[in-house]
Every structure is written in structure tokens, then in C-alpha cells.
Design a protein around this ligand. Sequence first.
Ligand SMILES: [Zn+2]
Length: 74
Amino acid sequence: MHQLGAADEPYCECGEPESVENFLLQCENYTRERKTLFTNLYNGLGIRPTDVTKRLLLTTTTNTDDPGHGTANR
Ligand SMILES: [Zn+2]
């Protein structure tokens, strides 16, 4: 079984490590998907794309390392 954080393909096709950051900010392979994703998110949230919102998205999607919290329920 696969645990969280153990990816079958640790590297993306673009050569960068497969990660949320790569997908959201770096990867050229996902430019179209990323644009669509962000457009939908911003339309749904009623906000405009900025560095701040990108940081918020990254923060909410990369919280696997959360020292002091998140392990008590297991
Ligand atoms: Zn990539």
C-alpha cells in the first residue's frame, strides 16, 4: 500500500521533482491545466490571481509536514 508522500513517479516529465509546487508554478506541461484550474478557482472564489493567493494555495495543499499538530487523531 502507498502511504502519503510516496509517489510512484517522483519526477515529472519536465524533469522537475513531481510536486504541488511544480504543478502549480513551474511545470510547462501543465500550463493549460494550471491556467484552467486557477481560472476556475478564482472565478469560484471571486478573487484575482496574485502571488498571495498562489502562496495560500500552496500552503493549503502542502501541509503534510505540520509539527505539533495533525498526528493526535491517529
Ligand atoms: Zn513538471
